[in-house]
Design a protein around this ligand. Structure first.
Ligand code: GUN
Ligand code: ZN
Length: 438
């Protein structure tokens, strides 16, 4: 049995503080986290936990804050090289930047190399779980799953389904999309810490027949996720209206094919009206809020307050490469800006929940990760509050946890992340090259 303890500030969310109140956030300025065989054995104030520690080694980390690993509820691993592409909105951006970049993933060697870069970036930013798009190529998903398995990451992903309105070399068919998806589910779903998400890109690039097939695969595999985009951009929505004239709105296309349920994650939903939000809430579906992407692509301002009022589970996401950072802390700051532009100042404690437990709930992995409650898998991050002179100065002048978290959200980048642990094992250390992998 391996046992190790870390003395530092400790923070996690037990529930959504915007609903359950401030007690949903547990914070111990001088805390002790005990990890045993890859799982959390104890989490609490140092004075309370230390007496039961017996002889486990304790590492003292003054000036550090330990939090659960962040969860990125929507990200594209093949888009590492699309970050910071200038000057286009969604449909033009896909044609000009994204589709050409994704074509390269027909080559397994390229997919393997980018998968490693992608996972390095997640871990360097303190992200321990993600729901990721691959490309249309089956091998792109195999490359990511293989790389994540070797690192023992709890990661969900899927091969993209797209059988129209995309360049040659980036489309599948109903038949090959089904065969590849089913083969990937068989090979990877539930293996190690991996899970599969059936991943139609969006309604624009799938025929009715392909969306129907996705619904059939989902029905046959009720524990896999459904992951897609919805209502991100005005021109996209107009195109969906043109392609599916019989459906009353964008969501209705997905509803008609049995794609809207408790295990569905819809990225964006920027332009959903109240009625669509209510239908999402009733279905128990989750929404991935992608503030950086929505600002950079000029898509619009997501109504977080409206979505929460409907009771939708909303989680934060980077949407790299539409988004401009892998950091969920940075997303907390971007989400605040989106709120500001609508007259809502997002509470930093709520933002922290959105970046951790809410993501785990969206991915249906909250029984295992998302916070550091005893029994959970010990995926956690060590944040260095003195990582830069400005961070040290500014955090030292905060009086409350909310103030401190807001400083981290506004000033954060990957320098703040000193270490990232997966099931109690060190997976990233700032300043060192990526950890050797099996
Ligand atoms: N909608 C369809 N594909 C994409 C994509 O790759 N990124 C974003 N942001 N939206 C999409
Ligand atoms: Zn996306």
């Amino acid at each position: 049995m391996s046992r190790k303890a870390y003395r530092a500030g400790l923070l996690h969310a037990l529930d959504d503080p915007s609903r359950a109140g401030p007690d949903a956030i547990a914070y111990h300025p001088d805390g002790l986290l005990v990890v045993e065989d890859g799982h959390v054995a104890a989490f609490g104030a140092y004075a309370d936990v230390a007496p039961a520690l017996k002889d486990a080694p304790v590492e003292h980390l003054p000036g550090r804050l330990i939090a659960p690993g962040f969860v990125d509820a929507h990200v594209h691993y093949p888009q590492v090289d699309v970050i910071a592409a200038w000057g286009a909105q969604l449909l033009d951006w896909l044609q000009a930047h994204t589709f050409p970049t994704e074509q390269a993933f027909a080559d397994r060697g390229h997919a393997d190399a980018v998968a490693q870069v992608f996972l390095d970036q997640l871990l360097a930013n303190g992200t321990t779980s993600a729901l990721a798009f691959c490309t249309v190529h089956r091998t792109s998903a195999e490359a990511l799953f293989e790389a994540a398995l070797a690192r023992n990451m709890r990661l969900m992903a899927g091969k993209v389904l797209m059988d129209r309105n995309a360049p040659e070399g980036l489309t599948d068919t109903v038949r090959t999309g089904r065969a590849d998806t089913e083969a990937l589910i068989r090979a990877w779903h539930g293996r190690g810490r991996l899970g599969y998400a059936v991943t139609p890109r969006f309604a624009v690039t799938s025929s009715d027949a392909q969306l129907a097939m996705a619904g059939e695969v989902l029905a046959a595999h009720p524990d896999v996720l459904l992951h897609t985009h919805m209502s991100e951009n005005a021109a996209e929505i107009a195109e969906v209206g043109r392609l599916f004239p019989q459906d009353r709105d964008y969501l209705a296309v997905y509803e008609r094919h049995g794609l809207v349920g408790r295990r569905s994650v819809f990225a964006h939903c920027v332009h959903c009206d109240e009625e669509a939000m209510e239908r999402l809430a009733k279905a128990g579906a989750s929404v991935a809020f992608c503030p950086s992407s929505n600002l950079l692509l000029g898509s619009g301002l997501f109504g977080l307050k409206r979505a929460c009022a409907h009771g939708i589970n909303v989680a934060l996401a980077t949407d790299v490469g539409g988004g401009g950072s892998f950091s969920l802390l940075n997303m907390m700051g971007e989400a605040y800006k989106v709120g500001q532009l609508q007259g809502d100042s997002l509470d930093p404690l709520h933002a922290f929940y959105l970046a951790t437990l809410a993501g785990a709930r969206a991915l249906h992995i909250d029984g295992r990760v998302g916070n550091l409650a005893p029994g959970k898998e010990a995926d956690f991050v060590v944040l260095d509050l003195g990582a830069t002179p400005l961070l040290a100065r500014r955090t030292a002048r905060t009086r409350t946890l909310a103030e401190m978290l807001f400083v981290l959200a506004v000033l954060a980048d990957d320098r703040l992340v000193e270490r990232t642990y997966l099931m109690g094992a060190l997976a990233h250390q700032r300043g060192l090259a990526a950890q050797p992998r099996a």
